[in-house]
Design a binder for this molecule. Structure first.
Ligand SMILES: [Zn+2]
Ligand SMILES: [Zn+2]
Length: 277
């Protein structure tokens, strides 16, 4: 059913498979390096062969990355913008080496700029990243955001504008339930959920939806708060998750809720049940 979690890479990339095996999942998301640092990292041949070997011998069907949070393609600061472009190129190359199909990216924060100028910077950056990695297939998935601060991507129209201008088959979308709700898309009920997905379809196009982040929300509707809560324990409740589990079995779905003891296993069990009943 392509259901998993964000796995930890503490102690090495290959350790993600240990977590995946213990949770019995068939897809997961990882950071491909320490995501709090700018320092670049290339995947060495030993690391690569161990990772690919574990992948082959696991039940995991699809793995993807979340790009480092430091990356800000919207930035009006030339040095941060350049570092961000460079870091995303590195991320795409690591994904390619490791057999990851795409990298999920927060479009960026337009601090001190208008949203339009921020979006212009993102478009320019993505074009540069795609042309610097034109021999690889790895896609970049723009994630909808909660709208905290000056972040871009809390309206589906932002994602559409970026996709239109970049105009590449390698750009897609990742839908985060918590972010959408916090950004003002009402999804607590079946009707609300369906209306939101219809909007996503008419503005972005569901054919560009390649991943889903399953997170309940600590923040209220339109709170612009990016605070993930365990499945069914937040302001979203179970209904949108039931809908997603039934409607999108073919799209990889991962949980990104706080990892306390056994919470991943509990959340996964809730989702599996929702898909069955
Ligand atoms: Zn994210
Ligand atoms: Zn997310």
């Amino acid at each position: 059913m392509l259901l998993g979690v964000h796995c930890s890479i503490r102690g090495g990339l290959q350790n993600a498979f240990r977590e995946a095996t213990s949770l019995g999942i068939d897809t997961f998301q990882i950071f491909t390096k320490n995501q709090r640092q700018w320092k670049e990292k290339t995947v060495d041949s030993e690391e690569k062969s161990i990772f690919l070997d574990r992948f082959k011998n696991s039940n995991v069907k699809m793995i993807f990355s979340h790009a480092p949070y430091l990356i800000n393609l919207a930035s009006g600061n030339a040095s941060i913008w350049k570092k961000s472009v460079h870091a995303l190129i590195g991320e795409i190359q690591r994904c390619h080496e490791l057999g990851l199909v795409f990298s999920v990216l927060h479009p960026g924060s337009a601090k001190g700029l208008s949203a339009e100028d921020g979006i212009t910077n993102i478009i320019k950056a993505l074009k540069r990243v795609l042309s610097a990695t034109k021999n690889v297939m790895v896609k970049i998935l723009l994630e909808n955001t909660a709208g905290q601060g000056s972040s871009i991507g809390y309206r589906f129209e932002h994602l559409r504008k970026i996709m239109d201008e970049v105009d590449s088959k390698r750009i897609g979308v990742c839908f985060d339930t918590c972010h959408a709700f916090a950004a003002g898309y009402y999804m607590r009920t079946k009707t609300g959920f369906e209306a939101t997905i219809e909007k996503l379809d008419s503005i972005v196009g569901l054919e560009h939806l390649h991943a889903i982040h399953l997170n309940d929300s600590k923040g209220e509707l339109d709170s612009k708060l990016d605070r993930h809560e365990h499945i069914g324990k937040g302001k979203l409740g179970l209904e949108p998750f039931r809908q997603i589990m039934r409607r999108f079995p073919h799209i990889p779905k991962v949980i990104e809720t706080p990892k306390e003891d056994k919470t991943d296993a509990v959340n996964l069990e809730i989702l599996r049940k929702l898909s069955r009943v």
